[in-house]
Design a protein around this ligand. Structure first.
Ligand SMILES: NC(=O)c1ccc[n+]([C@@H]2O[C@H](COP(=O)([O-])OP(=O)(O)OC[C@H]3O[C@@H](n4cnc5c(N)ncnc54)[C@H](OP(=O)(O)O)[C@@H]3O)[C@@H](O)[C@H]2O)c1
Length: 288
């Protein structure tokens, strides 16, 4: 009998994870806040959709959460009643505080919590090539690795204390977003001075910044890109970086600025655009 995994959240990442788990032989039980979305994916995958997280978890050995933010995770975890033996794996990007809160609650209802935030977008997850940053008590982590290994080809274990994997993920995303925002700012300077932007790209490619160029240059300068990571979630991540830094006595230097740039996108109705659309967004403001 294939092991049953409840997948909470059938957005871009949750859908990709559900497909991957199905491919690896797990039975997936789907829940989404918007039932229609879970139902649609369920019919694609030949899986079952549920109207509450508790109902799906009731049949499952594992549950994974790939939901937007702290509020969503607390909502999902908070609706689970007695869940003896459930291995609950959070893969969403959330704050260390949110992990602490859900771990405390879920332990009280008999579940074992693993934190395993992911590096890599939906396409990478669907191929099982994500990077997972794993934390939590060893007995929970050991039990959850079957599912983590199905989604991630590389795993870094951060320790038993809850919140460290979440903090590591925020530290990573801080660099990712700061790299992208600084590329957008530099492109503005290059273009304002009438310098050929391909020349700028070649300069970057000749230096240690070649990774930033290959990762972002085409997507940032394209007229339109598919959304793989929503601007509203980049705004959330940058804000969480700033909060997590302040909460732990570290100094947020850039994250507030990055958050402001993405929050402006969100307030202007660009929240569901890809996070690499920042340059296009700034140009649309200039034209107004
Ligand atoms: N996309 C990426 O490249 C990427 C990479 C690494 C990590 N992540 C992280 O993975 C998580 C999921 O990202 P995604 O790209 O899949 O986002 P997404 O496509 O926007 O999906 C978000 C999911 O969260 C649900 N949700 C939002 N607010 C909720 C609430 N208050 N209560 C319950 N559910 C709620 C949504 O439900 P509805 O369907 O009802 O809206 C949807 O299922 C996020 O934490 C993100 O930061 C994303």
């Amino acid at each position: 009998m294939p092991a049953k995994v409840a997948v909470f959240g059938t957005g871009l990442m949750g859908s990709a994870a559900a497909k991957r788990l199905k491919d690896k032989g797990f039975e997936v039980l789907l829940w989404d806040r918007t039932f229609e979305k879970a139902k649609k994916l369920a019919s694609e995958l030949g899986a079952k959709a549920f109207t509450s997280p508790a109902e799906a978890a009731g049949y499952a050995k594992y549950a994974i959460a790939l939901v937007a933010d702290d509020k969503a995770l607390l909502r999902v975890a908070g609706t689970l009643g007695w869940s003896e033996g459930l291995i609950f794996i959070n893969m969403s990007t959330v704050t260390p505080r949110a992990i602490d809160e859900i771990a405390l609650y879920l332990k009280s209802v008999g579940a074992c919590v693993v934190e395993a935030p992911l590096i890599g977008g939906p396409r990478v997850v669907e191929k099982g090539e994500a990077i997972a940053l794993v934390g939590g008590p060893k007995e929970c982590v050991d039990k959850g690795m079957e599912v983590v290994n199905a989604i991630a080809s590389k795993v870094f274990k951060v320790g038993e204390e809850y919140g460290k994997a979440a903090a590591l993920k925020l530290a990573f995303n801080n660099m990712l977003l700061a790299g992208l925002v600084s590329l957008v700012e530099s492109l503005g300077i290059v273009e304002a001075y009438g310098i050929d932007r391909d020349l700028f790209k070649k300069v970057l490619e000749s230096t240690f910044l070649s990774g930033v160029a290959s990762r972002f240059f085409e997507r940032v300068t394209a007229d339109k890109v598919d959304t793989t990571f929503r601007a509203k979630l980049a705004a959330k991540d940058a804000r969480y970086v700033s909060e997590a830094a302040r909460g732990a006595g570290a100094l947020p230097l850039l994250s507030d600025k990055v958050a402001e740039a993405y929050e402006l996108m969100v307030y202007s109705g660009w929240g569901d655009e890809d996070y690499t659309s920042l340059l296009r967004f700034l140009r649309s403001l200039k034209r107004k």
